[in-house]
Design a protein. Structure first.
Length: 282
């Protein structure tokens, strides 16, 4: 054994990476002396997580960072579907040092504990550092370790940006961009049950606050909006497809044909079979 190597162990990396596949289940992470950051690589799922004994829910998509887990905090998470994450672990002392050198405070990262966030630059930086670390050579290790300052400063910058975004631009009203995200989310899942809590998570709000903000922006409740979307889709399929009315009901998220008929008649004014074949009824 090389005596120099024996007495000069390589220090533990201040930033480390791990590629993990997380199942759809409840997860419990024990407290550590490090910050834990998770970048979603594959899969879309609803994340429920506990902060200060309160539960929060958000949708996680590839390219997003899950809410950060600070040191000495036990994390309890629930995933609705399987996801692949790149877990980035950052030494607590290193974060405090870099924050102090940049004129910031370590506790500013607490903002990123409250919600998921998206930062394309940091996501690409983490992917590249992980690729270099997997090389296993000295150059790759040095590259991965050298990003610590950039990564921490980027997180502090994202935290300050999250604080600014947390202030609603229009009091009690959803933005056009948020309404568009909700619309796309509903259309992609129209054949499934859609909970108001899920739509609230897309908007980054609690269910009660979301209901009021949605109605202020669209002049209808989220439930009315969903019924209108399902009914409009049923109209399209009745006109343009040869599917049975029972199949159309299921594709549009109604419980069954009877549920579709009742709702459709109330909103359109005629039952589905008469809407499909108006001349036959005459």
């Amino acid at each position: 054994m090389n005596p120099i190597a024996a007495h000069s162990p390589r220090p533990a990396p201040t930033v480390s990476f791990e590629d993990v596949m997380l199942p759809a289940t409840e997860l419990h992470d024990a407290p550590t002396a490090r910050y834990t950051l998770c970048l979603v690589l594959q899969g879309e799922a609803r994340l429920s997580y506990r902060v200060d004994d309160r539960w929060h829910t958000q949708w996680l998509h590839p390219g997003m960072f899950a809410p950060i887990t600070p040191p000495h905090v036990e994390a309890t998470l629930q995933l609705s579907g399987e996801q692949r994450h790149l877990m980035i672990s950052i030494d607590e002392e290193t974060v405090a040092r870099v924050a102090g050198e940049s004129g910031s405070e370590e506790h500013e990262l607490d903002t990123l504990r409250l919600r998921a966030f998206k930062d394309p630059f940091l996501a690409e930086l983490c992917r590249r550092a992980w690729a270099e670390a997997r090389r296993g050579d000295a150059l790759g290790r040095s590259f991965a370790e050298s990003i610590e300052g950039t990564l921490i400063c980027g997180l502090l910058r994202s935290a300050s940006g999250t604080r600014r975004l947390a202030r609603p631009p229009v009091r009690g009203k959803l933005s056009e961009a948020t309404l568009a995200r909700i619309h796309d989310h509903c259309l992609a899942r129209l054949h499934e049950p859609i909970a108001i809590a899920d739509l609230a998570a897309v908007a980054g709000l609690g269910p009660h606050q979301f209901g009021k903000a949605f109605k202020a922006a669209s002049a209808r409740s989220p439930q009315q909006y969903l019924i209108a979307l399902r009914t409009q889709r049923a109209q399209e399929l009745l006109r343009d497809s040869k599917l049975s009315i029972a199949d159309i009901a299921l594709q549009c998220g109604f419980f069954d044909q009877s549920h579709l008929t009742t709702t459709f008649t109330r909103w359109v004014g005629v039952p589905p079979h008469r809407y499909r074949h108006p001349m036959r009824q005459q």
